[in-house]
Design a protein around this ligand. Structure first.
Ligand SMILES: [Zn+2]
Length: 416
């Protein structure tokens, strides 16, 4: 047996192989686990530490969990978090577009990229699906920072060629050429830790040639597609007016070749049954962003409409309409959201969504999201709340005053 590159020891919690079902425990628990990690950063073994184990507890008073997965957030909105200028379309105009325009400047983008990565690491987010601004250079700057800091991410510039100020628009062919250059430089970097995705912001901001070209580029390179759908009534009405021949919102994306098993759809609040059925049959995935939905007054997505159809769902902070980089905080918001819609969800299922569920929604379900042999050692150490074992998962997710994580590891390397 090769000796491990690194060993972590401590109480641990992880989703098991099976998805949680009502009443069935979905999490594996170890009172004192020993996790062995090889030189490539993969977990080779996890099990109870022996009584005479010479390895000290790595992070005293903490619980080890899989790293958290954020399936939807916006890099260039880092500095407009908390702007109460909604609803959606007004918020974009008043708060978002003026800020995103600043990302044409490399020095500004670089400064915010450092803050952005600091915030992810501090909250234990090891993997994120990120929208850039429309400026390809800002995405290149963020890729360089993500590479340096060791985070795992999927990222692309937000594609926009209409219905916004000129400073945040980029004409279709220039935008797609820039995406192709980003693919060349960054896609698959560090054994797949970084991936380029294709990000038509939403149908309202994209012409038909841009959406068609985006779909072609994604198909050509096997890239993931990220977009927004059915967030807000004003947005839905404007989309219907802009695409009068489409039968509904999802059809706009379907007709442009943007809906498939590598498509992440954010929000999905107001989808019809037909649209939900088609999301399921396309095997597209959903980023559930309840805190953002509360803050912009967008509405409530009913989680069960996705999960009962077998649709892959992850949690999204949706920075900066969401008010926190903490995926744990978003899990608490998802709990509240589920109560409001009368379809409650428990903490174990939410922890599953925040880890394995998010990983599956990003096509990484065999790579991260669990503490198990063969999975990459993306692990966080979370200060253990003072609570008995029965209440541990609730307390890990639902105590807003909990301190940030004590340590964040990707492939067994501690990030700073
Ligand atoms: Zn968003």
């Amino acid at each position: 047996m090769p000796s491990p590159h690194r060993t972590l020891r401590g109480p641990a919690l992880s989703p098991g192989a099976a998805a949680p079902t009502p009443g069935a425990a979905a999490l594996l628990r170890w009172d004192d686990a020993l996790i062995e990690i090889d030189a490539q950063g993969a977990i080779t073994a996890i099990g109870p530490a022996p009584a005479d184990c010479p390895v000290p507890t790595t992070h005293p008073d903490c619980v080890l969990l899989p790293g958290l997965v954020d399936t939807h957030l916006h890099f260039p909105q880092t500095r407009v978090i908390g702007s109460a200028s909604g609803p959606l379309l007004e918020w974009l105009e008043r708060s978002v577009f003026p800020e995103e325009a600043r990302f044409a400047e490399v020095a500004y983008a670089a400064e915010v990229a450092r803050e952005f990565c600091d915030a992810l690491i501090a909250q234990g987010t090891t993997c994120a699906a990120i929208y850039g601004s429309s400026h390809p250079v800002a995405s290149a700057v963020l890729f360089a920072e993500l590479e340096r800091r060791g985070l795992r991410a999927t990222l692309g510039p937000a594609l926009m060629d209409r219905n916004a100020p000129n400073e945040v628009l980029l004409e279709a062919s220039a935008a797609l050429d820039a995406c192709a250059a980003l693919v060349e430089r960054w896609h698959g970097c560090d054994r797949g830790r970084l991936r380029v995705s294709i990000v038509p912001r939403f149908a309202l901001s994209c012409t038909t040639p841009l959406m068609r070209g985006a779909a072609d580029l994604a198909a050509q390179h096997g890239l993931w597609i990220q977009t927004h759908i059915a967030e807000n009534h004003g947005e839905i009405a404007a989309t219907a007016a802009a695409f009068p021949d489409a039968r509904d919102y999802l059809a706009v994306y379907e007709e442009h070749g943007l809906v498939g098993a590598r498509t992440i759809l954010a929000h999905c609040i107001w989808l019809s049954d037909s649209e939900w059925d088609r999301v399921a049959s396309a095997d597209a995935t959903v980023a559930h962003c309840p805190d953002s939905n509360f803050f912009l007054g967008s509405g409530r997505m009913t989680l069960g409409r996705a999960t009962t159809r077998g649709i892959r769902v992850g949690l999204g902070t949706d920075i900066g309409a969401g008010r926190s980089f903490s995926v744990r905080r978003i899990a608490a918001s998802a709990y509240d959201n589920a109560l409001v819609v009368g379809d409650p969800v428990d903490a174990e299922r939410l922890l599953w969504l925040a880890t394995t569920g998010g990983a599956r929604a990003l096509g990484l379900g065999d790579v991260v999201g669990r503490l198990a042999p063969g999975f990459d050692a993306d692990i966080i150490a979370v200060p253990r709340p003072r609570v008995d074992d029965a209440g541990l998962v609730d307390a890990l997710l639902f105590r807003h005053d909990a301190p940030p994580v004590a340590a964040t590891y990707v492939r067994g390397t501690r990030l700073a």
